[in-house]
Design a protein around this ligand. Structure first.
Ligand code: PMP
Length: 392
């Protein structure tokens, strides 16, 4: 008897895996230097410190138990103190909600704050994980361009002046993924004021804010208004496998997210949340650890940017990489980065073409390169290979 598979839900209709992602599966080959991934360096993840914290956590059997949906209480207290310092106001524990990475906060917030058909504004080029979430929620997604000072607030104002009413504006305010830039202090204030004036939500998605190389990022957008929702994460400073992210949001938003999180997974892991609490509360250790990550990523970013300027500066402009994990570059000679990718892979180097992050503009001549997982010599070799493909 032949079986006919019942249909999948309509919400999947517009969603597809990108051709680029499929192509990049090839880059697992050992002879390819991949600047395409977006992963922190596991060699810098504090394995031994995590092991000690796990041992300590397991001394108490209750860590093997379910925990509260909003997160293990002592972790929320550690995060409330951390965010109070960051936001320069007293953040109550009730307004701190722990999620399975900040990605889960994005997906739950999309359900809590966005009705199907509502307008969501994202930065263009956009963080792909946010695009997926807002599209899956049935939002009408519109991109606002970025420049060297982050989101073009003038373009957002223009949109509003045309009569558009966003339900939510998403911003990766510091060391943008993929664009590398950081929103200026003036624009942060302007965005928070605009949100209050026009009554839309701002989600400030900030997993890279601690990874500055030569001077910290400006005060968070959320420090200008308590209605701005701020997301942060242990993934880039400790380890993604802890799956500890958190948000600071008004109480009503946290309660909405709580209802949905109960349906999604009941609660996060009490074990990894205790590990994260232990490490994040160990101030002296944490400072030394994050300083080391910053120093090494900073050296790698400088090596990549230096090599790009030396070898390809006549036909490509790149960001400075003041922090985060990514360098963004634009070819000025008409090179199409999606067309170039298969040949680049043949030459043993991979990157992500700008089109993978496109919302409104095509970004055909752009590329994103991640500098976190290769040493400086390997990064220079990668640029040499890229230069030889482009030079052919
Ligand atoms: N936001 C941005 C901008 C990201 O780049 C990422 C991860 N690449 C995330 C959120 C999600 O990170 P996590 O779920 O590990 O906290």
């Amino acid at each position: 008897m032949s079986s006919i598979m019942p249909p999948l839900a309509h919400r999947l209709d517009g969603l597809r895996s990108s051709a680029i992602r499929d192509l990049l599966k090839l880059t697992a080959r050992g002879d390819i230097i991949s600047l395409a991934g977006g992963l922190p360096d596991e060699q810098l993840m504090p394995r031994d410190r995590i092991a000690r914290a796990a041992e300590a956590a397991l001394a108490d059997r209750s860590r093997l138990q379910y925990t509260e949906s909003a997160g293990w209480g002592p972790l929320r207290a550690v995060l409330a103190a951390r965010e109070s310092a960051r936001l320069d106001r007293s953040v109550p524990v009730e307004e701190v909600f722990v999620t399975h990475g900040s990605q889960q906060a994005l997906s739950l917030l999309a359900e809590v704050l966005v009705d199907p058909g509502a307008l969501v504004v994202v930065e263009d080029p956009a963080y792909v994980g946010a695009l997926q979430v807002f599209r899956a929620a049935g939002a009408r997604v519109v991109g606002v361009p970025l420049d060297a000072e982050g989101m073009r607030i003038d373009a957002l104002v223009e949109l509003i002046d045309r009569g558009e009413r966003p339900a939510l504006v998403h911003t990766v305010s510091s060391f943008h993924n993929p664009r590398g830039v950081t929103m200026s202090a003036d624009r942060r204030r302007a965005l928070a004021e605009l949100a209050e004036r026009h009554g839309f939500w701002v989600v400030e998605d900030d997993p890279y804010g601690d990874l500055w190389f030569d001077g910290s990022a400006p005060a968070p957008v959320a420090s200008y208004s308590p209605t701005v929702i701020r997301l942060s994460s242990a993934s880039k400073i400790l380890a993604p496998s802890l799956r500890v992210g958190w948000m600071v949001a008004p109480d009503a938003v946290c309660r909405g997210v709580e209802l949905l999180k109960q349906g999604a997974d009941l609660c996060g892991s009490a074990l990894t949340q205790q590990i994260a609490a232990d490490l994040l509360a160990d101030a002296g250790w944490l400072t030394a650890h994050v300083d080391k990550v910053r120093r090494i990523y900073g050296e790698r970013a400088a090596a990549l940017v230096g090599a790009l300027r030396d070898r390809l500066g006549h036909r490509l402009v790149s960001t400075d990489a003041a922090g985060g994990m990514f360098v963004w570059a634009d070819f000025t000679d008409g090179t199409d980065t999606a067309d170039l990718l298969p040949r680049a892979i043949d030459h043993g180097v991979a990157y992500v073409p700008g089109s993978a992050f496109a919302v409104t503009r095509p970004y055909r001549h752009s590329l994103r390169m991640c500098f976190t997982t290769a040493d400086t010599a390997t990064l220079c070799e990668a640029v040499g290979r890229l230069a030889s493909v482009v030079g052919e």
